[in-house]
Design a protein around this ligand. Structure first.
Ligand code: URA
Length: 264
């Protein structure tokens, strides 16, 4: 894939100076004067990950996770019923502190699904996931791999209501919300899932492993007869605090892009 101007702009906004692109196992580099680029080890990491890990290309064993679909009607709902069920949900105390629920946004038939943790203040106010500073970085990440928020991806959070003071979600809150996310995944029926941040990764993959041990490899999510590949990456809010890890995130996106291409 050759980068167009939009992608190059996004690339620069990500703080990734030199443009790296993979084509048939080869790496192309265009030097750019500013902003400062990645270290050579970060760049190599990004380039390597465009190639699927050898034993995880769909033929090897991948641990497959699934979410609780819920006992009630949620698991049979269509989009309209699901959206109104989320909007009216009072299953946990987060409903008392919210301005509104944050259902999810994007193309409901997208090949790509991105999953974050929970709405923050701006998302609670606007009713849309990832609209704050972290969301702007996420949009740049999409652009860097040629995706658009409205056309190519569906974005959802594990929790649909904002936890007070952005604290970590509690297990009971996750338990209440889980059937909604499970149904969203089933309805979108994505080719690839990217989970952002430790919390979303641990929830979706049912593990307490660290994010550094989860990223860089392919996980699976059971969807009927199919196993959807799952890639774990850092949360955009973390990347804003730790820009030196943006190169690893780029590796993850390259891995996801290779998996999506393989699946379609
Ligand atoms: N962080 C998230 O995990 N989700 C959002 O929607 C916003 C910030």
């Amino acid at each position: 894939m050759t980068m167009d101007e939009n992608q190059q702009r996004a690339w620069r906004a990500l703080g990734l100076g030199p443009v790296w692109d993979s084509r048939a196992g080869q790496v192309q580099r265009e030097e750019q004067a500013s902003p400062p680029g990645l270290s050579s080890s970060e760049r190599s990491a990004g380039a390597d990950r465009a190639v699927l890990p050898a034993d995880q290309d769909g033929s090897g064993s991948v641990a497959v996770a699934e979410l609780t679909a819920g006992q009630g009607e949620v698991s049979a709902m269509g989009w309209a019923a699901l959206e109104s069920s989320v909007a009216g949900c009072q299953a946990c105390s987060l409903s008392q502190g919210r301005t509104q629920t944050v259902f999810g946004v994007g193309n409901r038939n997208a090949d790509w699904m991105f999953i974050g943790e929970a709405p923050g203040a701006e998302e609670d106010a606007r009713g849309e996931p990832f609209v704050g500073q972290a969301g702007r970085l996420l949009d740049n990440m999409f652009a860097a791999i040629g995706l658009s928020r409205s056309k190519d991806v569906f974005i959802a959070n594990v929790l649909k209501c904002r936890p007070p003071h952005n604290r970590d979600p509690l297990p009971a809150e996750v338990g209440s919300c889980e059937p909604f996310l499970a149904r969203q995944i089933a309805l979108v029926d994505p080719r690839i899932i990217v989970v952002m941040g430790r919390f979303a990764a641990q929830t979706l993959l049912r593990t307490d492993a660290s994010i550094s041990s989860l990223r860089g490899r392919v996980h699976g999510f059971a969807l009927g007869e199919r196993t959807v590949p799952v890639v774990v990456t850092y949360h955009p809010a973390y990347l804003l605090r730790t820009p030196s890890d943006k190169g690893k995130s780029w590796s993850d996106l390259c891995l996801a892009r290779a998996l999506a291409a393989q699946a379609s």
